[in-house]
Design a protein around this ligand. Sequence first.
Ligand code: UD1
Length: 371
Amino acid sequence: MIASKIPRILLVAGARPNFMKVAPILRAARAVGIDPVLVHTGQHYDESMSDTFFRELELPAPTHHLGVGSGSHAVQTARVMEAFEPILIQERPDWVVVVGDVNSTLACALVAVKLKDTLGLRIAHVEAGLRSGDWRMPEEVNRVLTDRISDLLLTPSEDALGNLVREGIPQERVVFVGNVMIDTLMHSLSCARASGFPERLGLLRGKYAVATLHRPSNVDSLRSLHAALGGLRGLANHVPVVLPLHPRTRRSIEAFGEASLLRPIVCTEPLGYIDMLALTDGAAVVLTDSGGLQEETTALGVPCVTLREQTERPITVTHGTNRLAAWPLNAEQIELAALAALKSGRVAVGERCPAGWDGRAAERIMSELCR
Ligand code: UD1
């Protein structure tokens, strides 16, 4: 890698799934003598959704914390934009690097694009080109718009290029770098295995299921919540099922007065990265509506049932260990899909990894940013 000038990099993180994406980029930057400005928007802000990730992933304290907190999509996005603009003007980076598809990703990219000529900056989007095709998902809106206004589109898997080209994005702006989530997974796996977390919950490796649920489409309506939790309860007749409860899901269950739906599922608080990785790594099957877990289970060789109508990560189905549950969600079908996945069994770690899921994506990102 030959750098004509050391670029000044500003890296944005806002919500839980961003933290494991920025960690390897920061490490790779420091390895080539660059100390990025880290901006935490504060979209996620409490101990279990943010602070624990900073400690476990050895992230430095953010240079700027915008403290935006929760709110409607408009309020959250607007607060991030308003707070980010003066920081950007003050820091004058060469690159604004945004990751993933959360509201903070789009909000910061949108501020940056309007100041692009004035400040002479460029925008890089890490995890570009993923598409579910479902515009009802807030994340899909964030993905498409962020890609449209970014200068450098860094893709996690080879199928992403086709999605971008179909939207008229010039191929020269797209670079396949691989998956930074898997950088973090590979970096942390031995530590997760040594943690003994599943055993502390009384679970035997390969003999339990893990579930996560937080998509508004699954947890904000009583019908879909009934279906998803009914499927997990059915599965709990065969293996213990552990469900770390996302704050949105907990609130929804409480609002509907449906706490009895959780029995006999083992519920925990939202888990830190290392505990969640340890739990996933030891599971016989994972049921989830998260994007990141679809990738992590594929990397770990753990069968996964995705509780969604479609996935923006189809490579985890075509190459990996993932399958989609029947849609609309139905308790009996979820149980059957989970039992089939259980029967299919685990494969070795890395056996089903798509190209570029090799632990070195962040190094390739730094090469591009320094080019
Ligand atoms: C957001 C992302 C989603 C990501 C998910 C991971 C968007 C549009 N969505 O969804 O892509 O998969 O994060 O968690 O950006 N809350 C807390 N503590 C916190 C943060 C949130 O209790 O630290 C509660 C708040 O009351 C909030 C709710 O959780 O209203 C939802 O948080 P929010 O950031 O609005 O969206 P998520 O559903 O978490």
